[in-house]
Structures are given as C-alpha cells and as structure tokens.
Design a protein around this ligand. Sequence first.
Ligand code: ATP
Length: 211
Amino acid sequence: MAVIGLTGNIGSGKTTVCQLLAARGCLCLNADLLGRSVSEPGGEAYEQLRQSFGAEFFSPDGWLLRPRMADLVFNDKEQLARLNGIIHPAVRRVLCQKIAAVQAEEPQRVIVVEAALLVEADYLSILNQLWLVWADDDVRLKRVMSRDKLDRQQALARMNNQMPQAQKAKYARYIVHNNNGRGELEQELAQVWQQFCQDFPSIMMEQAGPA
Ligand code: ATP
C-alpha cells in the first residue's frame, strides 16, 4: 500500500489535485480537517487542549473558541508551538489509525494525505512519499485573493507565513506543476500518475481509475 503525502503552499491547488486523485481511485484524507475534528468534544486532542489552555478557551457547551485561540497564537510563537504540539501528534495518531483500517480492508488502495504542513509539522514519518503541488507566487497570489476575497497585503501575509516551496521541493518525490488552467493540470497530473505507476508497479496493479 502507498501512503502519499500531498502538500503545497496556500493556493497551490492541493485540494484541486486531491479531487483529481480521488477520481483515480485514491482515498483522500485531509489532515487540516482532521486538525479541527481532534479538538472537538470527544476528539483525540480535546482533553489535553482543555488542560493546557484552560476552560476560558471553551464555550459553556464545550466547544473550542477558535477565534479566541487564534488571537492567542497569532503573534505568539510559543503559544502556537504549544497548540501545535497538541494538535499535530493527535492528528498523526488519528491518521495512523485510519491508514491501518484501510490497510486491513483494502490493502491495495492508494491513500493520499493532504495538508499544507506535512513537512513543517513532522508528518513525513507516517508517509511513504511526498508529492508537492507547485504554483508560482504570482499565480497563487491571484488565486488566494480571488478565492478568499482578500486584498493583496492580506494574501501576501498568509503566503509569507509559510515555508518556501523550494525548500519543500527537496522532500518531494514528485512535483505537480499547477501554474495554468484546469485542463493543463489534468494533463500534468496524468503524467505524474503515469510515472508513479511505472515507479511502483506492484501498487498500481489493482488500483482503479483511468490511465
Ligand atoms: P489552501 O492551502 O489555501 O487550502 P490549496 O492548495 O488547497 O489551497 P486549492 O483550493 O485547490 O488550493 O486552489 C486554490 C484556488 O485556485 C481555488 O479557488 C481553486 O479552484 C483554484 N485553482 C486551483 N488550480 C487551478 C487551476 N489549475 N486553474 C484554475 N483555478 C485553479
């Protein structure tokens, strides 16, 4: 079984590529969404968050007050590290459980774990390989401004908060270039997929989806 990590900086097109990989039969898990679910009542990180940050960060009915937490960690690296030190290990544990469950049920299924922070937050140890979705900064800037209704400065602030793509590329087995339109992206992904199939023929023997 292959567990692919799919990463890329904001606006690169990770989610778009994941949709294309799902259409090829991959099972896609979004680590950023899991990060939200582990902090919900009953979630993997919930009790530890409450103990560490205190009840004032939770609503009377027990939900994490995300805006209050965001205010706390936004300009405080120590607090952000404290939060991440709880969230990411919890997400990794949940991912490992999910991966093991798929492995038991569908050993040939290719799993894709999508997240912006796979390199930074130490997810590589639970992945077999990393794919990077790459779009140039000017392309990402336009996409983020348009998708998130941000002005240029707001979008740049989000972009500049991340590890540079070139640094992430050092960890990547494949790079999916996504500077152009959707048609070009589909062609690019078809090529990367074909290369992946050639490099890992045993995995691909039973994988569903178009060639
Ligand atoms: P984030 O890290 O912010 O979640 P992402 O890497 O998952 O972003 P997407 O959400 O997939 O990126 O893409 C960002 C925006 O750009 C979306 O609005 C998406 O529809 C658009 N987009 C992505 N790829 C293309 C493309 N090849 N052509 C046109 N639009 C694209």
